[in-house]
Design a protein around this ligand. Structure first.
Ligand code: FES
Length: 199
């Protein structure tokens, strides 16, 4: 018998497929030629995006999705997570581009811009390297930099996700957070399109 988590994910995958089918029918009905319709779908990036009010769940957690709380994110240890629409019981993991890396800092070390989009000192960025799309999950405590294990790009999370050293040239998109009680909640979408140059 399917586990609750699998049922929820199967449900949301089916919803996404149905939504895409409806869009194809609408585009076809509008008289657009097939190639143009496919281009429109591709440009639309059809997977469900993170939204204001989403919770976050650990990407490696099993069983029923459990929203992350402030105490679930330790200092100096990145946590990879996916947005979670609690009202639909839907983890937004249809695309790895929705994956975020959470890092917790003492609020005193955050500048005003970072503090404004943090939740109790937790900052969220895209977890996808902007070079070639590897997951970002290595934190250098000594240098205070997030490091890509593929080709060693280093990102300054305390300076807006800017690149400290390449080969990546583009900053990491960030995602604003807020706290509801002690639950970490998404306060808006990514600041820019997440993903690597070839992802
Ligand atoms: S994929 Fe991250 S540095 Fe190349």
């Amino acid at each position: 018998m399917p586990q609750p988590e699998n049922r929820a994910r199967a449900c949301c995958t089916a919803q996404a497929v149905n939504a895409q089918r409806r869009r194809i029918i609408q585009i076809a009905a509008s008289g657009l030629a097939a190639p143009l319709a496919l281009m429109a779908l591709k440009a639309d990036d059809a997977w469900p995006k993170p939204a204001d009010g989403d919770r976050l769940v650990d990407e490696s957690a099993e069983g029923v999705p459990t929203p992350l709380r402030l105490s679930d994110v330790p200092v100096d240890k990145p946590v990879l997570a996916y947005p979670f629409d609690e009202s639909q019981n839907m983890v937004r993991d249809d695309s790895h581009l929705n994956k975020v890396v959470l890092m917790r800092f003492a609020e005193g070390v955050l500048d005003a811009e970072s503090r404004a989009r943090s939740a109790g000192g937790v900052l969220a960025f895209s977890a996808i390297c902007t070079h070639q799309g590897c997951d970002l999950k290595t934190w250098s405590t000594k240098d205070q930099l997030l490091v890509c294990f593929c080709h060693s790009t280093k990102y300054r999370l305390l300076e807006g996700g800017t690149v400290a050293s390449g080969p990546a040239s583009r900053s990491l998109p960030n995602m604003p957070l807020k706290l509801v009680g002690d639950v970490i909640v998404v306060a808006g979408g990514f600041s820019a399109q997440p993903g690597g140059q070839v992802s």
